[in-house]
Design a protein around this ligand. Sequence first.
Ligand SMILES: [Zn+2]
Length: 97
Amino acid sequence: MRISKKYGVNPSILVCPICKDTAIALLGANGGKEAPRQMYGELCDECKKEYITILEIKDNKPTGNRGFIKREYINVKVKDFAYMESSEFNNLFKNSC
Ligand SMILES: [Zn+2]
């Protein structure tokens, strides 16, 4: 890990988007930028058991948008995440953030 001259190990609090459980991330140099005080990270291990992460793609590229679905609502085996075409993604998640 590269240490930032200005911000040192540059810690940020990672928040699980579902249960708000927290962990610490050390961003180091981070392209010269200060780490955000906190940010949404991956699902925690507990939530991964219950939810999968859906990543929006447009023209075969990830857009950075994501959503979460309870495993009980999907009928295919998915490990931790799946990709979804933008139009479907927006149908599913347009009312959430
Ligand atoms: Zn969680």
